[in-house]
Ligand binder design. Sequence first.
Ligand SMILES: *[C@@H]1O[C@H](CO)[C@@H](O)[C@H](O)[C@H]1NC(C)=O
Ligand SMILES: *[C@@H]1O[C@H](CO)[C@@H](O)[C@H](O)[C@H]1NC(C)=O
Ligand SMILES: *[C@@H]1O[C@H](CO)[C@@H](O)[C@H](O)[C@H]1NC(C)=O
Ligand SMILES: *[C@@H]1O[C@H](CO)[C@@H](O)[C@H](O)[C@H]1NC(C)=O
Ligand SMILES: *[C@@H]1O[C@H](CO)[C@@H](O)[C@H](O)[C@H]1NC(C)=O
Ligand SMILES: *[C@@H]1O[C@H](CO)[C@@H](O)[C@H](O)[C@H]1NC(C)=O
Length: 479
Amino acid sequence: MAPSTLVVIAAVSGLALSAGLNAREFPGATVGRGFVSIPVSGQRRDSSNMLRKRADGFANVNINNLKTSGYTIEISVGTPPQALTVAVDTGSSELWVNPDCSKASRASNKTINGQIYITVDDTLSDPEQCRKRGEYDQSKSSSAKKATFNGQELKDNIIQYGDMTTVETAYVEDKFSIAGLQFDNQIFGVAKQSNGTGIGIMGFGPSAYGFENNVTYPLILTNMAKQKVINSPAFSLDLRDYDNSTGSLIFGGVDKKKYAGSLAKIPFKKLLTKYSTGEPFNSTSYYLTVKSMSLTLPNNSNKNIDAAPKDGFLVSLDCGAGDNVLPKGIATQICSGIGAETVPDSDNSCKIDCSYRSKPGGLKVSLEGKDIMVPWENLINEQEFASGNVCYVMVSDNMKFEAGILGAPFLRSVYAVFDWGNENLHIAQSADCGSHIVAIGSGVDAVPGGNGECSLAASTVARFGLAVGTALLTGLALL
Ligand SMILES: *[C@@H]1O[C@H](CO)[C@@H](O)[C@H](O)[C@H]1NC(C)=O
Ligand SMILES: *[C@@H]1O[C@H](CO)[C@@H](O)[C@H](O)[C@H]1NC(C)=O
Ligand SMILES: *[C@@H]1O[C@H](CO)[C@@H](O)[C@H](O)[C@H]1NC(C)=O
Ligand SMILES: *[C@@H]1O[C@H](CO)[C@@H](O)[C@H](O)[C@H]1NC(C)=O
Ligand SMILES: *[C@@H]1O[C@H](CO)[C@@H](O)[C@H](O)[C@H]1NC(C)=O
Ligand SMILES: *[C@@H]1O[C@H](CO)[C@@H](O)[C@H](O)[C@H]1NC(C)=O
């Protein structure tokens, strides 16, 4: 396919939050025929504020209680446009704005090894940051309407997230603009009350009841496709480290210079679960099967994770999660495999010397038909504390649901195209060798095939730490 003519609106800026409300145009966006690429900003939690110890010294913290940072994008809503920052979430389906900032902080006291800590949640839950993210005022938008679906006005709703935060929303319909690309009649929630989160959430996942258009009101991707702003409901996600603003979200496009090797197509799975009535149903999310996992240790020896169930296990690809949540026993094996120390009261999360991040090797995650290498640097998060930096291995055994989660610490190693229309994921090892965005078409072969335009040397595999030309890289080239 011939590359579309690109119009670069502005140069890349720094973190979105550092810009004032008025300054928020659409820096770093690229618009082409059938797609729009917008920068995704990482929001790193401010750890100086995160953990205030009520005694001297330093001890372990329960990282599961401290949700890590997330990724945000800029949108504008209404006429005239009102600028808002929302968190990007592939683990949920609905878009809502106007969190209750006063209930944003999830401060709690935690006793660990006899010491009391006051934990304050991440930047996404910080009340002060919350107030800077913009607020949607329906009365100031001439295009705001009551939201209707199938001729009926939508009733208020309560959304509950996996971390127990809840939001009660009233639905509104209004005009949207994302990086200058406009579409009308988008239904979204305006919070009447919320707790635990300091930012509105843009869910990019399907409804739990299926990918079909008729199971819910038109969600953001289906609405954009319906209005032909994009050719089909699909997007690409390229996440970088939390403080690296070069990541992007492309509605309707794929950047062939952001991955290496094949972009493997894997059909999404369903999860057989139950309604509260006990009646079974196949629920929908971006579910995939992890067939196996293994560690490549710094001395290049391999270690299989035996705890993985024989036929693999189901995970949801959730960029809103700061952790990888795995079936019982797996986190323990990963931690003990690399000599990391378990954090008490933490669902087998563990910490390790920060120097491990730059060592060769990492975690190999085998999906159906595709192996992904997660270098230590991406799996291990470094947190700054007054007493020094602490590095956590972002795995936990805290699987509360029938499926696990591969969160941001996994997604940062991949280029992922979510093809909602065909219910497939296309996944490759992420890389960075420039930009060449091609539009996603429509129909069964909507997502452009072929290998990425980067060499493996420019990819996250190289950060797996092994020299180009070794057996591993030669083997990977065949994947
Ligand atoms: C934490 O403990 C302090 C002192 O005991 C108390 O004043 C405060 O309300 C507690 N905070 C939370 C969030 O539980
Ligand atoms: C939010 O409120 C709901 C309902 O009142 C409650 O069940 C939930 O535990 C609260 N969550 C947090 C994080 O405070
Ligand atoms: C939704 O559409 C699918 C086919 O696209 C159909 O099988 C299903 O019965 C419809 N569901 C409802 C609730 O109308
Ligand atoms: C951001 O990520 C890209 C791609 O991995 C890398 O080339 C670049 O050096 C990173 N920038 C910073 C500031 O870390
Ligand atoms: C769930 O999906 C499986 C596989 O497609 C099917 O065999 C089963 O009948 C479905 N169960 C329900 C409750 O829909
Ligand atoms: C590699 O390192 C692991 C863990 O330190 C050790 O158990 C193993 O024996 C080493 N293998 C080789 C071949 O040196």
